[in-house]
Write a protein that binds this ligand. Structure first.
Ligand code: ADP
Ligand code: MG
Ligand code: MG
Length: 211
């Protein structure tokens, strides 16, 4: 079954809940290798989207929701993650187009467009210890699942599992992009906060799709 506007709105609500629940964890991760604000930044951004969901006009599409998240995150999150996530949701919105319902291949295409947007903006490569290390395995797993005939929920589940593994796999890496790169070798031994938040958001998307 395809994912529609109800899924998109529920995903944003679940995202706000999950980020709020993990706020301190994300702050702690960012305190180890950054400036300790990632949880606060993301929580501020998602809380700011919530009231705007009620103003979505009738007939809005999942792409409209992604665009609303993009513009809100760009204007409220700040730091490195604000523009990067903003770009991800914006490129995802473009890929979603005006579709009313998103099937497995559409979800895979949206995730790929989102990841490509982050790469274009932030220039990180896999292994640089950034959110890209969650996104890239997620995009690959999503493409594989979609090609194998998984439905939209199955594609998101594959993406979320790969993102979670990708976030864990950032722990031994030495950061080469973002604030954590200032620490050089001392950045090893800590999980990247942006990779962790990316995994949380993709898991929220998958959980809402299963419901
Ligand atoms: P800041 O570092 O400005 O305080 P945040 O703490 O909100 O911003 O976000 C930090 C996260 O942003 C990092 O954990 C990393 O995942 C991500 N990040 C930073 N720079 C880049 C980049 N160039 N490309 C992709 N992701 C990046
Ligand atoms: Mg920070
Ligand atoms: Mg900061």
């Amino acid at each position: 079954m395809g994912l529609d506007i109800t899924w998109a709105v529920d995903w944003v609500r679940r995202s706000a809940d999950v980020i709020a629940e993990h706020r301190v964890e994300l702050i702690t991760l960012d305190r180890e290798i950054g400036d300790g604000d990632h949880g606060e930044n993301m929580d501020r951004g998602f809380q700011a989207v919530l009231p705007k969901l009620d103003d979505l006009p009738a007939g809005s599409t999942p792409g409209d929701v992604l665009k609303l998240v993009a513009t809100t995150l760009i204007s409220t999150v700040g730091g490195a993650a604000g523009p990067l996530y903003g770009t991800a949701y914006l490129k995802g919105a473009v890929a979603a187009g005006g579709a009313v319902s998103l099937d497995g291949p559409a979800i895979a295409k949206i995730l790929e467009a989102a990841r490509d947007g982050v790469v274009t903006r932030g220039k990180a490569e896999p292994g640089d210890k950034t959110m890209i290390d969650a996104w890239t395995p997620a995009v690959d797993a999503a493409a594989h699942a979609a090609t194998s005939g998984a439905d939209a929920a199955g594609v998101l589940d594959a993406a979320a599992a790969a993102a979670e593994a990708g976030a864990v796999a950032t722990e031994p890496l030495v950061a080469r992009k973002g604030r954590a790169s200032y620490l050089g070798e001392r950045s090893a031994g800590h999980r990247d906060p942006g990779a962790e938040s990316s995994a949380l958001l993709l898991r929220a998307a998958a959980d809402v799709a299963q419901a």
